[in-house]
Ligand binder design. Structure first.
Ligand code: HEM
Length: 441
């Protein structure tokens, strides 16, 4: 019998997503009513709960999908089912420990890893266990690796390194020198994002090649060019996070150019794939197909935004405003989450080919998710733009007046945040059903 670990990972990921969105919606309500639950759980506490949960969603869903593709779709035997079980158990217990750490204010960590730093140890051990299973399986079974195997392998290796790097601040050698500390901190955060992107973008190429039942998309020259571009971005693309530091301007420009090119290449791969997919192939995987198309749309919208604020004169105004938040959520929801939902639908179909995912209400959930995300994103952009205008251009009004003028945008941010939440609950319903059927004793 096949291991149920991939399904456990995916259920765990969905739980992290919905908990994370619940924290996000509650935090966004505190924009409107700062006193709401302030004594019990202030914004400063809710934010790490939200950010850590939703990032865990991306990483856990990517991990579960890769385990699934290897063992269920490709039908390889796990090198060690025990290590996979241990990996899951470690992540589950660490997840609970992270919540306790936030709840009881052990938050000495840094951005994205605000929990008590010792918890990075079991996380690293989990990645090592994943790496052992992954490389042992592939080494034995596959000769000419399609690009997604390279991407997943690279993602796992770099994830181990960058998780350690994000904790170098523990050592005085880094912490006591501001520039060194800041550079390493932001470099590691940027490369951490690059590492999960390797896993997620690899999944998008895997899905395209499986839906089309044609391995060309994963072995073409453009696919490998995309891989090397992604790798360069992972290693050097962090430089745009360090605008404030006295580095050479060309380093930032090169870094930005690479990250933009990476998106453009992924968008063009999806676009060309879409043009070549046959009707029957679309009909076999309707929701997985739709989610990949929406990834393409969101890449396009995020490129426009990122191209604009990569111009240093504009970056100066947008830095630290809601425009940065729009960029982070626009990409993590619009690009990563859509690819992962495409994977979840593909997996649900593999588990139960008779499962009807193309129902009217699931389609409606999909459309309302995209429309809500668009308005959610625009609300953040306007709120960020207005605040920046007040800070740098018209300084006549009081801070409280400026804050009041943002209220309509905070309201729409909150309402469309709830709409995203509800849409994803609707969309995830058939997926949950397929997964729960599978793990039923
Ligand atoms: C798949 C779902 C989501 C993902 C992946 C996601 C991701 C993120 C990320 C990465 C950040 C950090 C932003 C930064 O530091 O620049 C963030 C912040 C935030 N998110 Fe989300 N988010 C999601 C859904 C939501 C929803 C539904 C809401 C509800 C309104 C929400 C509300 C917030 C708030 C209030 C912040 C804090 C912004 C600040 O610091 O002022 N998020 N989210």
């Amino acid at each position: 019998m096949k291991s149920k670990v991939p399904i456990y990972f995916l259920l765990f990921a969905l739980t992290a997503l919905f908990l994370g969105m619940f924290f996000g919606v509650t935090a966004s309500f505190q924009y409107l009513l700062p006193e709401f639950l302030k004594d019990q759980i202030p914004f400063s506490k809710l934010r790490p709960f939200h950010v850590t949960s939703v990032i865990s969603w991306i990483i856990l869903c990517a991990t579960g999908s890769i385990y699934f593709f290897l063992t269920y779709t490709e039908k390889f035997k796990l090198f060690s089912p025990l290590l996979a079980k241990l990996h899951f158990t470690l992540f589950l217990l660490t997840g609970a420990a992270i919540y306790f750490s936030f709840l009881f204010d052990y938050t000495e960590g840094r951005e994205y890893f605000a929990f008590t730093p010792v918890l990075i140890v079991p996380i690293l051990v989990g990645w090592l266990l994943f790496g052992v299973n992954y490389f042992k399986i592939l080494y034995k079974n596959i000769k000419n690796w399609p690009v997604y195997y390279w991407m997943w392998g690279t993602g796992i290796v770099f994830m181990c390194y960058h998780l350690m790097e994000a904790h170098f601040w523990i050592f005085d050698f880094f912490r006591l020198n501001f520039i060194k500390d800041f550079t390493v901190q932001w470099k590691s955060t940027g490369s951490f994002t690059g590492s999960w992107n390797m896993l997620v973008y690899g999944i998008s190429i895997y899905l395209m090649s499986k839906i089309k039942k044609n391995s060309k998309v994963a072995s073409s020259k453009i696919a490998f060019f995309f891989y090397f571009l992604g790798l360069t971005n992972l290693m050097f693309g962090w430089a745009h996070h360090t605008y404030l530091l006295p580095t050479q301007p060309w380093i930032r420009f090169v870094a930005y150019a690479i990250s933009m090119t990476e998106w453009i290449v992924l968008a063009s791969i999806i676009y060309n794939w879409k043009r070549s997919v046959l009707r029957i192939e679309k009909e076999n995987h309707p929701m997985a197909y739709r989610f990949l198309l929406s990834t393409d749309l969101w890449i396009f919208l995020n490129i426009i935004l990122a191209l604009l604020f990569s111009i240093p004169a504009i970056n100066f105004f947008t830095h630290g405003t809601h425009i940065t938040v729009a960029h982070s959520m626009g990409t993590t929801i619009g690009i990563n989450t859509t690819i992962l939902f495409s994977a979840l639908f593909f997996i649900a179909h593999q588990l139960n080919p008779k499962l009807k995912t193309d129902r009217k209400w699931v389609k409606r959930g999909f459309f309302s998710f995209n429309i809500s995300l668009l308005f959610f994103w625009i609300s953040l952009l306007i709120a960020g733009g207005k605040r920046s205008y007040w800070m740098y251009v018209s300084k006549e009004r009081l801070f409280s007046e400026m804050q009041d003028s943002l209220i309509p945008y905070y309201i729409s941010f909150f309402i469309f945040g709830i709409a995203i939440f509800i849409s994803l609950v609707i969309v995830a319903f058939p997926i949950f059903k397929a997964f729960l059927q599978k793990i039923k004793p």
